[in-house]
Design a protein around this ligand. Structure first.
Ligand code: NAD
Ligand code: UDP
Length: 350
């Protein structure tokens, strides 16, 4: 659908933000990307710098910002545990002060505002799969709290600004997402395993490797963002966005080894404190209200991501790396007709 709004994307030079900028520009919009390059990279948006509908502003969102926009996507925040725990106080500041600044901007301009929240608000969940009404099991004092509690407080602020000032808010709880433009040193499991496999180094399994996550390919997630932003005010919030197919970390490691053809070994490392044991989204709300569900199978998404990291590691990061995406969807007409179930069982890699 074409549109020509002016849209602010905070964290727009990061992994998800840069894909979102692409998608919004492709639809005809003007995009203002704000980023302090804490974990983001200019190279993620280098291919956009000559587009006269794209503007890049280097700024920290903990400082107030004065721009005019009809929509704001607030994505700024390091997402990898390694990066958000490196400076936890700053992570809280980004989540809380940054959210207040962006909400105040939306209040002043009348913009609709989207918050990139996270499945981490469920902590180490006792309800499985996680539904939006579940309040979670989060340690307020552990090493993940700067992120988990920061994001929970940001959600609180969004709902309070909606109730108190009538802001048009959209809140997505994002589950583990992967794809091209992740940093090789990102530290999250998909990038770690692929980089280790490509370098012939051992794949580092934390704990037993029996803990689970559900991995969404970036293109699918961005479609969910845009659908949620476009939804009318009757959409119930927040909305889980993620792939409901669940894998253990051992299964992920084995899939990466197979797809890279690597002969790397698996090596166990201590499980980080407060590491959630299981995670899978219930996406009934997104299906019912946004007509959205993921279409890219793990194997397909991993192939695209492996090709990207292969180019990145061998210094071949070319323009196409910025357009490395569009994995082949596994959903066929038969799936959509209901003739074949879309959801595979835990343990089937794609
Ligand atoms: P990322 O680290 O690649 O991107 C975050 C971007 O925000 C980077 O470009 C970084 O430089 C920028 N940034 C950080 N602090 C900032 C600040 N104070 N001011 C301005 N810019 C700042 O991470 P990502 O995976 O692209 O995640 C984007 C958003 O989505 C984050 O808010 C994250 O919490 C959320 N999220 C992501 C996932 C995922 O699996 N990728 C899952 C849940 C939630
Ligand atoms: N993990 C792992 N090896 C790694 C990196 C992570 O086994 O090299 C595990 C980690 O302990 C967690 C899961 O993979 O159980 C997902 O970790 P990630 O950091 O990607 O995301 P999050 O914990 O925030 O879901």
């Amino acid at each position: 659908m074409r549109s020509d709004k002016t849209i602010l994307v905070t964290g727009g030079a990061g992994f998800l933000g840069s894909h979102l900028c692409d998608r919004l520009l492709d639809a005809g919009n003007h995009v203002i990307c704000v980023d302090n390059f804490h974990t983001g990279r200019r190279s993620n948006v280098a291919h956009l710098l000559h587009n006269d509908r794209f503007e890049l502003i280097r700024q920290d969102i903990t400082d107030p910002l004065r721009v005019e926009a009809q929509e704001i996507y607030n994505l700024a925040c390091p997402a990898s545990p390694v990066h958000y725990q490196a400076d936890p106080v700053r992570t809280v500041q980004t989540n809380v002060i940054g959210a207040i600044n962006m909400l105040d901007l939306a209040k002043r301009t009348g913009a609709r505002i989207f918050q990139a929240s996270t499945s981490e608000v469920y902590g180490d969940p006792h309800v499985h799969p996680q539904v939006e009404d579940y309040h979670g099991n989060v340690s307020p004092t552990g090493p993940r709290a700067c992120y988990d509690e920061g994001k929970r407080c940001a959600e609180t602020l969004f709902f309070d600004y909606q109730r108190q000032y009538g802001l048009e808010i959209r809140v997505a709880r994002i589950f583990n997402t992967y794809g091209p433009r992740m940093r090789p040193d990102d530290g999250r499991v998909v990038s770690n395993f692929i980089v280790q496999a490509l370098k012939g180094e051992p794949l580092t399994i934390y704990g037993t490797g029996e803990q689970t996550r559900s991995f969404c390919y970036v293109d699918d997630l961005i479609s969910g963002f845009v659908a949620l932003m476009a939804a009318d005010d009757s959409v119930p919030l927040p909305v889980n966005l993620g792939n409901p197919i669940e894998f253990t970390m051992r299964q992920l490691a084995e899939a990466v080894l197979e797809l890279t053809g690597s002969r790397s070994k698996l090596e166990t490392r201590p499980l980080p404190q407060d590491d959630p044991t299981q995670r899978r989204p219930d996406i009934s709300r997104a299906k019912a209200h946004l007509n959205w569900e993921p279409a890219v199978a793990l194997r397909e998404g991993l192939k695209q991501t492996i090709a990207y990291f292969d180019a990145e590691l061998s210094g071949r990061r070319i323009e196409s790396a910025n357009r490395f995406t569009k994995a082949v969807p596994i959903v066929t007409a038969a799936h959509l007709n209901g003739a074949v179930p879309i959801v595979a069982q835990k343990g089937q890699v794609g």
